[in-house]
Design a protein around this ligand. Sequence first.
Ligand code: SF4
Length: 446
Amino acid sequence: MTSKTKFLPYNQQTIRRAPQWNNFSTEMKHTIEVLSHVLPFRVNQYILDELIDWENIPNDPIYRLTFPHREMLREDEFSQLSDAIRTKKSTADIRTIVNNIRYRMNPHPAGQLTHNVPRLNGESTDGLQHKYKETVLFFPASGQTCHAYCTFCFRWPQFVGMDELKFEARTSDILVEYLKRHPEVTDVLITGGDPMIMSAKALRSYIHPLLIPELNHIKNIRIGTKSVAYWPQRYVSDKDSDDVLRLFEEIKATGKNLAIMAHYNHPNELQTEVAQTALKRIITTGATVRMQSPLIRHINDTPQSWASLWTTGVRLGAIPYYMFVERDTGPNEYFGMPLFKAWEIFQKAYQSVSGLARTVRGPSMSAFPGKVMIDGITEIAGEKVFALQFLQARNPDWVRRPFYAKFDSQASWLDDLKPAFGQSYFFYEESTQNIRQENKIKIIAA
Ligand code: SF4
């Protein structure tokens, strides 16, 4: 396969046309069929040809990243759905089973739909989220798909056709109006799905309105994207690749910073020539590239894979930024890890790289009150504790204030933790209770 190849995606219906389909056992084919009823499935020919090592399936990390596996559902859920499909139950019956599983999977964690959507002129703003004072997230409607879907995806409800679970904006009009009234906002993160799925023309139509003089307080435009790993040809050989790069230069020419928030989950994604060329071409426009990923069991759960990802990135000009803890949504029982393990992997990886890669922060949980980083595990006054701090918070006063939780070897998310030293709640909890309470009152009043 050459870097000139045309983008060729496969979904659950068309995957059987891929040449690699013959590598799958009957059981694997059935698993893909069952799982893709619940969670989104999409892969493309570049991933099949160049990123997956077919000698190593099902354990190959990129295979695990893109193809569903049976353990992503609970045993009883898998059997129920599998039986319903095998016995050709009605579409309505299958949909009921599927929806029950989806709602059990906590489709919108951390208050994304209930607490992060801001209001403009008394109306809620579709496709915007404003959780941290200085950053607004924008979800353009035409960017709500990806070049392939990650099996661990925390935004999976965007892709499963349940409209009530989706957020998106058709134009940037509301965003611009909102930003004009919020001079405290300095950063806009354009996210999805994957905004880089859009044509250069569509992307330009969303971004250009942000470059007007009235929005001079917007200093940073960030684009969250996995295209650099799943379809690096986007910056090299697509028919509008050069237009994309020109758009990046135009943004830079206005004096704003353009940050590509690149989702690399595994060092193998950076090994191909086209992936390295893509990175080089992006950096040449003056944009910065930051690397971020969750720590995902079965995919990147060794210190070596993280150290290799960060050092390769630094060598090619990208900046290691975040190691996240796998979120409490979707199939996280399969992909998540205990917090103490996450911290051990982070520490070992961090210890093995030079200072240039130590720009990375983590392991960090994007939880309801904010981004909480595990600073370490230690013993204070005879009690074993997690040392924690907020890197970002709903209330800026909470940021960088150390706090402690009782050590718990089973805990895999902030909600599992209990305060240390006999405290009955964490310092921020009184306020988050107030936020929840205020919201409840608003809903009742409405
Ligand atoms: S690229 Fe991002 S939004 Fe798309 S499937 Fe992967 S994690 Fe989800």
